[in-house]
Design a protein around this ligand. Structure first.
Ligand code: ATP
Ligand code: MG
Length: 243
């Protein structure tokens, strides 16, 4: 039992949830270490959504809304952390949802799909084929899903796959707390924010955004500026950490 008055209550609850999902075969042990890296960068950001990330979230909503075939690619960590937030985003934008795993087994895919459906998410299913220019199992996706997508939202993504998707001409939106990762640098748009804070902001922006703002934001994205602003914020906080 984690006492509710513990100063790190939320963070400890999230870890508890991920550990339970690891035992249930949804999150991998590698996924747990990736979460730790995310936590460290979130500490540097002050565990809050910055002004710059909020604008990136509006840009993401604009990219999704101006797409013909937007797809959200879900891995084990994403499903464990944010199934409810994924449902909300799907309700707001009609984005398609596909499970796509680095450590892929059909059993894990099915478990993650069941978790998402249990939260009310509509999940694309079918026979995955090796359609992405990547070696081995990471290439597998659905022809009518990620392969056909024009815009793809990839939370907690690996750099190689992000590069492959951009190389296929897709607009790639990453959610990654590490502004230095290969994913962050190669995506069309990177949201440097924690996943469960980012998805509701994208959903809410997408509900309220007018056509003019949508066109304007989606046509003028400067990813490096978002990365520089995230680094500047971390830098500022580090410099003044002990004041
Ligand atoms: P890359 O392959 O892009 O260079 P990496 O190998 O360092 O990155 P991966 O394990 O491939 O990292 O991807 C996981 C990324 O997700 C990490 O950069 C981590 O900071 C980030 N991350 C982990 N948990 C969260 C979260 N809850 N919200 C947002 N980002 C997260
Ligand atoms: Mg990686």
């Amino acid at each position: 039992m984690i006492p509710e008055d513990h100063p790190r209550y939320r963070s400890l609850k999230v870890r508890e949830r991920l550990a339970a999902c690891a035992k249930a075969g949804i999150v991998t042990l590698e996924g747990l270490t990736a979460h730790g890296r995310g936590e460290a960068f979130d500490y540097l950001l002050g565990e809050r959504t910055t002004e710059s990330a909020l604008l990136a979230e509006r840009c993401a909503a604009a990219l999704i809304r101006t797409s013909k075939r937007p797809v959200l690619s879900v891995n084990g960590n994403t499903a464990a952390l944010a199934a409810r937030e994924i449902r909300e985003l799907q309700q707001a934008t009609s984005i398609a949802v596909e499970v796509n795993l680095f450590h892929r087994t059909e059993e894990r895919v099915e478990r993650i799909e069941a978790l998402l459906r249990g939260a009310g998410v509509e999940v694309l299913t079918g026979r995955a084929e090796p359609l992405l220019p990547l070696s081995h199992a990471r290439a597998y996706c659905l022809r009518e899903g990620i392969y056909a997508a024009d815009t793809i939202l990839v939370p907690l993504e690996d750099g190689d796959r992000c590069e492959a998707l951009v190389g296929m001409g897709k607009r790639v939106i990453a959610v990654d707390l590490n502004p230095l990762s290969r994913t962050s640098r190669c995506a069309t748009l990177t949201i440097v924010d924690e996943l469960t804070r980012a998805l509701p902001e994208i959903a809410s922006a997408s509900r309220t955004m007018g056509t003019d703002e949508m066109r304007h934001l989606s046509s003028a994205i400067d990813n490096r500026r978002f990365l520089r602003e995230a680094l500047a914020e971390m830098n500022r906080r580090l410099i003044h950490a002990l004041d």
